[in-house]
Ligand binder design. Structure first.
Ligand code: SF4
Length: 352
């Protein structure tokens, strides 16, 4: 257990968590929606500090980030818990684990045991150990991923600060619910985010994710304002968010923030509570690709399917292929040097 930094004390030993946009008000002895931040005696504690439940070395393209240190290996770290409850979650065994424990303990009227039970997930992995591993293995960046990282803000932020001292970069793979306070604190430490914009429909967010759309849009705008490198992902789910109208709304929103933000349109595979929905046909991803391009986005990529043509990077001005991708294999072409196409066009991204 680790004392949180992002919370306010309220009357009657209640606290308000300020890590994410749910802004949970938590009575003494209870936890917030994510079930990893618990009020004990009027102080908020993070139950998963230094408790990694998943750690892997991945290509950065897997996050997906296509305009950020292409071809690099990154260390991916996550804990249990999430502030969303997506019916189609691909990591539900991690993301929903703490909530399942909370549900059972509430039924048994033993919620005071949440800290003991949740801290049993994962294994001890301090911020120092994470950074030492990266230094030893010559890994240039850490991704806080698998579950929503802002819920373990203090663990991630302590790791980020140490990583920066070693000249490394930090990445959030996020559902976009960070509070402005959390984002502001990470300015200068957080280099890149891949944010899911799962839909442009309030009902979708409410019924399938147990969250709201507007806060996600605010986070995207605020992160962009802070100068954090942003890429956006939309998992295209048949019959749920794949209409021309909705894909067009998403693309138009991103283009209004910045046409240089890459948009990843990725294929859904039946999962968790949505194992009865068909996988995304390739035609839907190509349709989304065209919609993104027609909205003026400079970089649109299809994902979770093999399609070299629609996952490579082209110069938005002269259309020369600059980075070829085949699944996670990356070839930077000779026409792309010093962040610039041969034609003189600077390509947005973090390239070194
Ligand atoms: S991180 Fe979000 S969901 Fe978790 S306690 Fe804080 S405000 Fe609530």
């Amino acid at each position: 257990m680790h004392r949180c930094t992002l919370f306010k004390k309220l009357a009657g030993k209640k606290v308000q968590c300020t890590a994410c946009r749910h802004a949970c008000i938590i009575p003494e002895g209870n936890s917030g929606i994510c079930a990893v931040r618990m009020n004990k005696d009027g102080v908020l504690y993070l139950l998963v500090y230094g408790k990694a439940s998943a750690i892997h070395t991945d290509p950065v393209e897997k996050k997906p980030l296509f305009h950020f240190l292409p071809g690099s290996k990154i260390l991916s770290v996550g804990t249990v818990g999430c502030n969303f409850g997506c019916d189609f979650c691909q990591n539900w065994d991690l993301s929903q684990a703490s909530k399942e424990v909370k549900k059972r303990l509430l039924q048994e009227k033993q919620q005071e045991l949440l800290d003991v039970e949740v801290s049993e997930f994962g294994y001890e992995l301090s911020p120092q150990k994470i950074v030492e591993t990266c230094v030893r293995e010559k890994i240039p960046a850490i991704a806080y991923t698998y579950n929503e990282p802002v819920i373990f803000f203090e663990y991630a932020f302590d790791t980020m600060k140490l990583a920066k001292k070693e000249g490394m970069k930090n990445i959030f793979v996020s559902n976009g619910y960070e509070s402005e306070e959390a984002l502001d604190k990470m300015k200068g430490y957080l280099d890149a985010m891949n944010i899911d914009l799962k839909s442009f429909n309030e009902d979708f967010y409410r019924s399938l994710c147990k969250a709201k759309l507007a806060p996600v849009l605010e986070t995207i705008k605020h992160a962009h304002k802070l100068g954090i490198w942003l890429e956006i992902t939309t998992l295209v789910i048949p019959g749920k968010n794949d209409s021309d109208e909705e894909l067009g709304q998403i693309a138009a929103f991103i283009a209004a923030v910045d046409k240089n933000i890459p948009w990843h349109v990725t294929a859904f595979h039946p999962e968790y509570k949505m194992d009865n929905v068909s996988p995304t046909p390739k035609e839907s991803l190509l349709r989304a690709y065209d919609i993104g391009k027609n909205a003026g986005l400079h970089f649109v990529y299809v994902g979770n399917i093999l399609d070299d043509e629609h996952s490579s990077t082209y110069c938005p001005k002269c259309k020369t292929v600059l980075i070829k991708r085949s699944w996670h294999d990356v070839t930077v072409m000779k026409d792309f040097k010093n962040e610039t196409c041969n034609c003189g066009e600077r390509i947005a991204g973090v390239w070194s």
